[in-house]
Ligand binder design. Structure first.
Ligand code: 5AD
Ligand code: SF4
Length: 468
């Protein structure tokens, strides 16, 4: 294999990304070529991948799911937990073999892992055949980097300081029914376990008019649903310093009359009564809130830097349940945070009993280099943490199933998104409370909201039939 010319590697890691309009020129270098793109991590990354696909298709490429067929391989990485990191390194092993047979392919790594100089260095040391490393602040430069790429060289362009918010971004969306819409980038919360504020930069909100314009355009193109995206959507507008808050945006988006509006992720600390009122007021704002609690122990919450106590969370939770009819609330929980005792963990189990969440994503604490929590003393054995996780999952799954069972025998509106993965004679979609339903209905229902009689409930999905 020809090793890349490392001497000539272009490495820029510290300067601020420039805002340039229309910086992508058209070229036929990649016309008719295939790209393979793998996305790891959160919805923000999924949506960033849609931007990458927009660029790749602008250059004349089409996608392939077959790695062996690819001319360009892109991994959009995640840094939140160790296993996301391991998966990327594992994948690179496969790509290495391919590059031996097809040295002309271009391999590019983007996403949150790229934002960390230590990881980029490790990556280039262990995988010198990687050609392009780009970060979360310069996805718009991917096209130019590709056009300048040489399969035997490396080009690393990662910016530690975020630039201005970019508008008029080219997206190739995965769905023509439900769309992600960025409303705020970055996070200023600095929860002590979390790498996101370091990889995604400061909070930067898009202007209300730009967001509303995008939603109106999506609606005109037949989209039925938008999900407003941010690491912390409730911090929306804080950076304008003029009193604008998320509820102002949500109300304007609701007034576009797009049939369904969702938003993720919400931080309990920033959730105002006005936000609750707007969610309750507009029928097209879905009664579903993802509200990470992270721990049920106020002592651990303090160590996590979450800015609320267990009691304050419960108070907010109950207010939401009271004011928003039929609201479903899901959460994120971390077990095994440094110093978490059995008593702290019991408090987490208790809060699951109290709140009876509709669902929860549960994680074992994973130390992220550069975060305060990675330096905290942690003497709990991994086996203990695994047992805690298992216990927690049992409780969480019990309540998701219980909440799902409450719907059996009722008829609920479901937005149908596509053909069921397991059974092509069925379609699948989501209730307004974000519950996945497999439905006996014809494929013509895809893209519409239909009444569905729920017949059966599991922990993670429902079964139903179209009530014509
Ligand atoms: N270890 C474990 N879980 C984490 N999360 C974020 N950082 C870590 C970490 N270092 C979880 C949180 C967050 C979700 C997206 O990922 O629960 O809400
Ligand atoms: Fe991470 Fe906390 Fe910001 Fe969420 S709010 S992205 S957990 S720092």
């Amino acid at each position: 294999m020809n090793l890349p010319d490392l001497q000539k590697a272009k490495i820029r890691t510290s300067d601020k990304v420039e805002y340039k309009e229309n910086d992508l020129v058209s070229s036929d270098r990649f016309l008719g070529k295939k790209y393979f793109l793998r996305t790891y991590g959160c919805q923000m990354n999924e949506h960033d991948s849609e931007q990458m696909k927009g660029t790749l298709e602008f250059l004349g490429m089409s996608s392939t799911d077959d790695l062996d067929m690819a001319d360009v391989i892109i991994l959009n990485t995640c840094a939140i937990r160790e296993n996301a990191h391991d998966k990327v390194f594992g994948y690179l092993g496969r790509i290495k073999h391919l590059k031996k047979i097809k040295p002309e392919i271009i391999v590019a790594i983007g996403g949150c892992m790229s934002q960390e100089p230590r990881i980029t260095k490790e990556l280039l040391d262990r995988h010198p055949y990687v050609n392009i490393v780009f970060g979360t602040h310069n996805i718009h430069e991917l096209g130019t980097m590709l056009l300048e790429a040489n399969s035997k060289k490396q080009d690393v362009q990662v910016y530690s300081v975020e630039g201005e918010v970019r508008e008029n971004v080219l997206y190739k969306r995965d769905s023509n029914i439900s769309a992600w819409v960025n409303i705020i980038y970055g996070c200023d919360k600095f929860c002590t376990y979390c790498i996101v504020p370091y990889t995604r930069g400061k909070e930067r909100s898009r202007k209300i008019e730009e967001i509303v314009k995008e939603v109106e355009d999506l609606k005109a193109r037949g989209y039925m649903e938008v999900t407003l995206l941010g690491q912390n959507v409730n911090a929306y507008g804080n950076d304008f310093k003029d009193g604008t808050e998320f509820s102002d945006l949500l109300e304007k988006v609701a007034q576009t009359n797009i049939p369904r509006i969702r938003f993720v992720t919400s931080h309990p600390w920033n959730f105002t009564d006005k936000m609750i009122d707007i969610i309750a007021k507009y029928e097209n704002v879905m009664p579903y809130i993802h509200l990470p609690i992270q721990s049920g122990s106020s002592r651990i919450l303090k160590l996590m830097g979450r800015r609320y106590t267990k009691e304050e969370y419960i108070e907010l939770f109950q207010k939401m349940k009271e004011k928003i009819p039929g609201v479903a609330i899901t959460t994120d929980i971390i077990v095994g945070f440094p110093g978490e005792t059995n008593d702290d963990f019991e408090e987490t189990l208790e809060i699951v009993e109290t709140c009876q969440f509709d669902g929860a994503y549960t994680f074992i604490f994973s130390p992220r280099v550069g975060t305060p929590a990675s330096l905290m003393e942690d003497s709990t054995l991994l086996t203990v943490k695994e047992t805690r996780l298992q216990k927690l999952n049992e409780r969480v799954n019990y309540y998701s199933k219980l909440n799902n069972e409450k719907l059996v025998g009722t008829t609920v509106p479901v937005l149908i998104l596509g053909v069921s993965e397991k059974d092509s004679s069925k379609v699948y979609g989501y209730t307004d409370t974000m519950k996945l339903v497999n439905v006996v209905a014809s494929h013509d229902t895809i893209g519409t909201i239909i009444p569905v009689l729920i017949q059966d409930a599991k922990s993670f999905s429902l079964d139903g039939v179209f009530q014509k």
